[in-house]
Design a protein around this ligand. Structure first.
Ligand code: ADP
Ligand code: MG
Length: 229
C-alpha cells in the first residue's frame, strides 16, 4: 500500500514479572496496519491480545522494540506524548464501562470534554447525532440501568467514535452480548468507521463477525501468525 501505516510494530517484546516469575508475553511482534483497515485479532485466551492492544493504545509503557502509533514512537515516549496519542484513539472494552449516574447522552458527551474548541451545545448536539447513528435516538436520556446489554455497548461505541478518532481499539466488544446484538454492534462500528475513515483493530473470539474484517491476524503464545482475509 502507498499510504503510511497508522500502526507499525517492529520486534516488539513484552514481559511481565521479574526474576523467576519473569514471563514473556509478547515476542518479536512485527505488524503494520493501514488507514481505514478493519483488522481482527484472534487467538486463545492468555495469548497476549489485550497486552498488545494496551501497548498500542498508550495505556502501558513499551519495554522493548519499536511501536509507532499515529506517527508517534511510543517506546520512551513522554507522558505528554502518550496523552496526546490517547486523545486520538477511541477505546471499546468488553465491559461497556459507562457511568451509571449519567444518561446515554452525558456518557457520550464526556469524551468530548477534552475538545476545548466545542461549546456545551455543540457537544450535546454531536452526542445526540451519534446516538441516532447507533440506533439509540429514542434512548438519549436513559440511564445505563434502563438499557439492554446491546444498547449499553452501542452507547460505548458512540462514546468511542463521537470525537472522530483516527483509530479505534476494541477488546472483545461483543463478548457479553447475544449473537444478534453482537452482530449489530460490529456492523455499526464498521459503518461509522468507513464513514469517518477510521482504522479499527478488534479483538474477538466470535467467529460470526470475522467477515467484517479486511484482514485477520492470529496470535498464539505471544507471537503473530498472519493469514490473508
Ligand atoms: P489475552 O488478552 O490474549 O487473553 P493477555 O494479554 O490478557 O491475553 O495476557 C497474556 C498473558 O499475560 C497471560 O498469561 C496473563 O496471565 C499475563 N498477564 C496479563 N496482564 C498481566 C499483568 N498485569 N501482570 C502479570 N501478568 C499479566
Ligand atoms: Mg484479553
Amino acid at each position: 500500500m502507498s499510504q503510511m501505516p497508522v500502526i507499525t510494530a517492529k520486534k516488539l517484546n513484552h514481559t511481565f514479572g521479574k526474576g523467576t516469575l519473569r514471563k514473556p508475553v509478547l515476542s518479536d511482534i512485527d505488524l503494520e496496519i493501514y488507514p481505514g483497515e478493519i483488522v481482527i485479532l484472534t487467538g486463545p485466551s492468555g495469548s497476549g491480545k489485550t497486552t498488545l492492544l494496551s501497548l498500542m493504545g498508550g495505556l502501558r509503557s513499551v519495554q522493548e522494540g519499536s511501536l509507532k502509533v499515529l506517527d508517534q514512537e511510543l517506546c520512551e515516549a513522554s507522558k505528554k506524548q502518550l496523552v496526546q496519542v490517547r486523545s486520538r484513539i477511541g477505546y471499546i472494552f468488553q465491559a461497556h464501562n459507562l457511568l451509571e449516574c449519567l444518561t446515554a447522552q452525558q456518557n457520550v458527551g464526556m469524551s468530548l470534554r477534552l475538545h476545548k474548541d466545542l461549546s456545551l451545545v455543540e457537544r450535546i448536539n454531536r452526542s445526540v447525532a451519534i446516538l441516532h447513528a447507533v440506533g439509540l435516538g429514542h434512548r438519549i436520556n436513559y440511564y445505563p440501568d434502563d438499557l439492554s446489554g446491546g444498547q449499553k455497548q452501542r452507547v460505548a461505541i458512540a462514546r468511542a467514535l463521537v470525537s472522530q478518532p483516527k483509530m479505534v481499539l476494541a477488546d472483545e466488544p461483543t463478548a457479553a452480548l447475544d449473537s444478534k446484538s453482537g452482530r449489530d454492534v460490529v456492523e455499526i462500528m464498521q459503518q461509522l468507521a468507513k464513514e469517518q475513515g477510521c482504522t479499527i483493530l478488534l479483538v474477538t473470539h466470535d467467529n460470526r463477525i470475522l467477515d467484517v474484517a479486511d484482514r485477520i491476524i492470529h496470535m498464539e503464545d505471544g507471537r503473530l501468525a498472519t493469514n490473508a482475509a
